[in-house]
Design a protein around this ligand. Structure first.
Ligand SMILES: Cc1cc2nc3c(=O)[nH]c(=O)nc-3n(C[C@H](O)[C@H](O)[C@H](O)COP(=O)(O)O)c2cc1C
Ligand SMILES: [Mn+2]
Length: 446
């Protein structure tokens, strides 16, 4: 059972680990917060807690899960145990638990009392189309089965009580909205901001049950939930903020652009619209944010929840798979597989399996076990030394990917590429040149 139950516990754990910069200098929520978070991530620096935000009294936390050092703090484990923890939870979910009173409802604002403009929601990147909620976990409910769902949907602030919501292909929330719209009904949702980081990690999973069970499994204890004020949706009780609202049936309006996980600005999308019914929050709340075009986004959406699936899928096809990795620099479109191949066809079969482990995976590179998949230079070395393009590169045309991939059509249809970067069997006698490493200290010191 873990010690972290909410954002505040996580912030103090980050502080104890030397992974939190508490910034007293006043910062502008327009562009400056986003730039500081981006610079910290580039420099592999700590997470940020901005105590003084221009025009606001509420502090803003950002960049909390930008690398594995912080992710390990969130999971209360070592960095090398992260992938195993993410895989183990698939077999050990823990059901959530209902509570009657919750800190996330210490302050309740409804109707005209609600003004999203009073919350320090940043405009992150220079080309963003406005203020966006980026670290909010959407809680949805299937109106037919009653099952709840956690996912990330960024929200574009459009008025005191109005937000645009982007819902991509392959999303459970999209299925829920389709069902509601068929009946001409609005779809109640809630957005939880400033949560135990395992709730954010759970929201990144594609899981056939309620992802609250994943959050519980990751923390080793049931997630406590409370019922919303304006609907029967159950939200994480220890959240800093809850925004309650409804997705209006049949309404689509322009939303965006936002710096995206692809490293490009997205286009303007015709997206659904949320009418906000209530905002509830803790006393002295903290707002949490993240940059759309960041490794933090890719870690949450593509690395943590997808590596376990990639490992399972590829190992199902071959027991000779040694390790898998979805590097954040590949935007979640690249999968790397380390294989001790037993025959010449195996790398391609394994690559095909990797492509279907999750829709986003577009390019797969399979390397031998002497290549370190965590080192991009090693992977590129293998591609340049062990790939004969006509033999080793293959393309699957017109398959399902992600619609934000700059190479796909608007429904995400694109081509996938597999690269067998293993040494061909007829060159097996070629040995990799490895110079022994020495302890330099023995040579440099007097
Ligand atoms: C930071 C972040 C932002 C995201 N933004 C969106 C978004 O705006 N719209 C969307 O549909 N998916 C977005 N995603 C991806 C989904 O939240 C993610 O694929 C999730 O697993 C979907 O859950 P589901 O399988 O229950 O539908 C985002 C993911 C992350 C990590
Ligand atoms: Mn789901």
């Amino acid at each position: 059972m873990g010690n972290i139950k909410d954002l505040r516990d996580f912030l103090s754990a980050l502080k104890d680990a030397g992974q939190l910069a508490e910034i007293e200098r006043e910062v502008d929520p327009v562009h400056e917060i986003g730039s500081v978070i981006a610079t910290l991530e580039k420099e592999r620096g700590p997470a940020a807690l901005f105590r003084r935000v221009k025009g606001h009294t509420v502090p803003v936390a950002g960049g909390l899960l930008s690398d594995y050092a912080k992710i390990a703090v969130a999971l209360e484990c070592g960095q090398s145990d992260v992938t195993d923890r993410m895989e183990a939870v698939l077999d050990h979910p823990i059901a959530p638990r209902e509570v009657k009173n919750a800190v996330c409802q210490e302050v309740v604002l409804t109707g005209d009392e609600v003004d999203l403009g009073k919350i320090p929601i940043p405009v992150h990147a220079p080309g963003d189309g406005g203020a966006f909620i980026t670290a909010g976990v959407t809680v949805g409910r299937d109106i037919e089965t009653g099952m709840q769902n956690l996912s990330f949907q960024r929200m574009h602030i459009k008025g005191p009580r109005k937000m645009g919501i982007m819902i991509n292909e392959w999303r459970h929330l999209r299925d829920f909205l389709k069902k509601a719209e068929k009946k001409g009904q609005a779809l109640p949702i809630a957005v939880a901001i400033g949560v135990d980081p395992v709730v954010m990690m759970a929201a990144g999973f594609r899981y056939d049950g309620d992802e609250a069970e994943i959050a519980g499994g990751l923390r080793g204890t049931a997630l406590e939930r409370v019922t919303c004020i304006t609907s029967d949706i159950m939200v994480p009780a220890w959240s800093e903020y809850i925004i309650e609202g409804e997705i209006l049936p049949g309404v689509r309006e322009e939303e965006g652009p936002l710096a995206e996980f692809t490293g490009h600005y997205g286009l303007l999308w015709k997206s659904p619209v949320v009418e906000v019914k209530a905002v509830t929050h803790r006393r002295d709340p903290i707002w949490q944010t993240l940059n759309g075009g960041s490794f933090e986004h890719i870690n949450l959406g593509n690395v943590l929840p997808r590596e376990p699936l990639l490992r399972r899928h590829t190992r199902y096809v071959s027991k000779n798979v040694k390790a898998v990795h979805i590097p954040p620099y590949g935007s979640g479109f690249l999968a790397l597989v380390q294989l001790e191949k037993s025959n010449e066809g195996e790398p391609k079969n394994v690559a095909l399996a990797a492509m279907t482990a999750y829709v986003n995976i577009k390019n797969v590179i399979v390397v031998d076990s002497d290549v370190d998949i965590y080192n991009p230079a090693e992977v590129l070395w293998a591609v340049n030394n062990r790939v004969n393009p006509r033999e080793d590169v293959f393309v699957i045309p017109n398959s399902q990917g992600h619609e934000l991939d700059p190479c796909s059509d608007e429904t995400g249809v694109q081509n996938k590429m597999g690269i067998d970067a293993t040494l061909p069997a007829n060159r097996k006698t070629l040995k990799r040149a490895v110079y022994p490493s020495v302890d330099l200290f023995r040579y440099m010191s007097e």
